[in-house]
Write a protein that binds this ligand. Sequence first.
Ligand code: GTP
Ligand code: MG
Length: 231
Amino acid sequence: MTVSLNIDRTDLHVPYNKAMSEKVSGYVMLVGNGAVGKTTVSKVLALTNQGDQPSQEILNGIRKTNNLEYEFVTTHQQIGDKDYSVTLQFLIPPGQKKADGDATGRSFEEVMDIFRPTIHRLDVVLFTYDMTSMASFHDLVYWIDGVGDLLNDASHFILLGTHLDRENDLEITRGDIEEGLEYLAGEMRTMRPSWKGNFARLEVSNLTGENLDSLLFYLAGSVISSRNMIP
Ligand SMILES: Nc1nc2c(ncn2[C@@H]2O[C@H](COP(=O)(O)OP(=O)(O)OP(=O)(O)O)[C@@H](O)[C@H]2O)c(=O)[nH]1
Ligand SMILES: [Mg+2]
């Protein structure tokens, strides 16, 4: 059964009171194969949150990740009857796998060996795939193993599809996504029987910006929920 994030999208349009808002911050890690759009999601979220529009030019300026990248976004949201100011601290490791044996960049494993001791908590994991690449979707099982030891019982996850704009090339069906979501949740429970996190799916375009406002809202709600479960 899919567990919803228990937040109401219509609340997005209610004006918020910045001065009275409760401040919350949390850590969000994006994992997934190389070139699925992990770096792009974080950069475009940061830019659109400042009022800029996504564009091909922005996408063209993004390079392959070789280290742990950081980005942050502070978003004001009303959730339920409360105003929040939520700072999302994004952590973006490379999508290159050690087993690829690619000498042109550092792998996820090499980078995480260095940074793992510095990461104490992940509130949300974005399992990211490219909707035009079935391989990137199937490989999510690899990425769940990769972050297993960084999770706590209140870590939430979002199954995030990118490239929604490439409508003629989409390979992953709604049915695949629902199945994938249940599979990932099952793996989380197997890995961590006491896990109580929420999970959801979302498909976005980093080129047109479609559904990025929903992603921001989901992420804010997930961080608040995770921090309420384990302060
Ligand atoms: N059309 C389209 N292109 C996208 C989208 N998201 C990312 N891209 C493009 O996909 C390519 C890879 O994006 P990155 O953000 O570098 O991917 P990554 O997952 O960070 O890859 P690594 O750093 O290698 O792990 C770039 O050329 C982006 O411009 C999207 O939603 N639509
Ligand atoms: Mg990257």
